[in-house]
Design a binder for this molecule. Structure first.
Ligand code: G
Ligand code: MN
Length: 415
């Protein structure tokens, strides 16, 4: 029992507050009217304004204070003052009216208490309402996981030389029964601040590993696509992550080299020491590690050097301006050189056009991902492409020499 002691009152307060916050303005006004009517009737029926019963008016006053704030609390307090004053006999049986000073004093108390409650509760109200909304969304998300509404799509990552699918990125979606399929942006920000992120992360990891293992069984270790899973800052912060990954690999008998964990650059920058230790531990499991959205996190090249990485995913921000400005290709090329010097596999993200595809291929990128090749697909759709060995781009004839500036060449000469 001990551990639930504190949660009973907690839960009571929360549900009362939750209920008051969740009631619509119209419903709240109806409740206020009802509260006043009940208070008046009870006072009347109990014989008059002399007893303890007029204290009932504090209920609608406090509710008005919590739900609407000081102004409404004062209005309700004044109404209560009048209802419990000139409109209530001191002795109903004798039909005797109250003394003015008595009911004015009581009305004064109503106003002071109503205002005080409103002012006390006001500052914390938005945060409580926020928390209540969040915990509701959290419960909803937890249920969605349990009910199988959280699905994983897989976006092909194409080998630029062969045009074949070399890897897939696991991307979580919520197939919401009412709102349709939701992108992570619609529900992840809320989850990031709550423990449910761990359940969501674990679910995605489990699903992705199970799918990766199915492909491994079907196509063999060498041909099966690598499955890449996004790892949030919160998950990397969690010491259990390593155990969780190890367990997933073991449970599904998945070859570790078929699993890649993507970590965004900004995470590495924010806590370099811890991240380096975590990544090293993950690396000993044999999984691959990728830096996601590289180039957006303001990391220095020295930082990249310090992590045990396998893959550099170049942010789509560098790919989008291809063809529109001249510096872009130079930067993309510089990134390839950097990655090459660290023996990293390069992935160009967000390839949407033929031209972008051509440029990143000619710059020597190993892999590319983007709507130009495929959108995030359902597992069975990827499976059809794999089974048919469908190339998602023309295989490169023979590697053309890259049409890129050499170090030292002044890029202004190219104009
Ligand atoms: O940050 P990360 O690289 O993990 O983001 C992957 C997201 O990028 C997915 O939600 C995916 O739908 C989206 N995405 C994939 N390919 C493209 C593309 O070619 N263009 C754009 N704008 N977004 C893409
Ligand atoms: Mn990613």
């Amino acid at each position: 029992m001990g551990s639930t002691d504190d949660t009973v009152s907690d839960r009571l307060a929360r549900s009362a507050l939750g209920w008051s916050v969740a009631t619509s303005a119209r419903g709240s006004i109806a409740l206020l009217a009802l509260g006043l009517a009940v208070s008046w009737a009870s006072t009347y029926l109990s014989g008059g304004a002399d007893g303890i019963v007029p204290h009932l008016y504090y209920v609608p006053i406090a509710f008005a204070a919590v739900r609407f704030g000081p102004a409404t609390a004062i209005v309700v307090a004044l109404l209560s003052g009048v209802l419990a004053g000139p409109l209530t006999y001191v002795d109903v049986g004798a039909g005797q009216p109250q003394e003015v000073t008595r009911w004015l004093t009581r009305a004064g108390f109503f106003v002071v208490v109503g205002t005080a409650v409103a002012l006390l509760v006001r500052p914390s109200l938005p945060s409580i309402a926020d928390e209540l909304r969040r915990s509701k969304a959290e419960r909803r998300l937890r249920r969605a996981i349990a009910d199988g509404e959280i699905v994983v799509r897989y976006q092909p990552i194409v080998h630029l030389r062969t045009g074949r699918i070399r890897a897939v990125e696991a991307l979580v979606r919520w197939q919401h029964p009412v709102r349709g399929e939701l992108l992570p942006a619609a529900f992840l920000p809320m989850a990031e601040t709550s423990p449910v992120i761990h359940e969501l992360g674990a679910h995605v990891l489990q699903t992705a590993c199970s799918q990766a293992a199915a492909w491994q069984r079907r196509y063999g270790r060498a041909e099966a696509p690598i499955v890449s899973v996004n790892t949030s800052a919160r998950e990397l912060d969690d010491a259990n992550l390593i155990d969780r990954v190890a367990r997933s690999l073991k449970d599904h008998e998945l070859d570790p080299s078929l699993l890649c964990l993507e970590i965004t650059e900004s995470v590495l920058v924010s806590d370099t020491q811890l991240s380096a230790a975590r990544l090293a531990a993950l690396r000993t499991l044999g999984v691959r590690l990728a830096i996601d959205d590289f180039g957006t996190g303001y990391s220095s090249l020295a930082i990249v050097h310090r992590f045990p990485l396998d893959v550099l995913k170049i942010d789509r921000g560098f790919v989008a301006p291809i063809g529109a400005d001249e510096v872009t290709e130079g930067v993309l090329w510089g990134l390839v050189v950097l990655a090459g010097s660290l023996s990293l596999t390069t992935v160009a993200e967000g390839v949407e056009t033929e031209e972008q595809d051509r440029v990143v291929a000619s710059l020597g990128y190993h892999l590319a991902q983007g709507f130009h090749y495929a959108e995030p697909l359902l597992a069975h759709e990827v499976d059809e492409l794999l089974a048919a060995r469908t190339p998602l781009r023309e295989p490169a004839a023979d590697q053309q020499p890259p049409s890129i500036p050499r170090p030292g060449e002044d890029r202004h000469q190219r104009r």
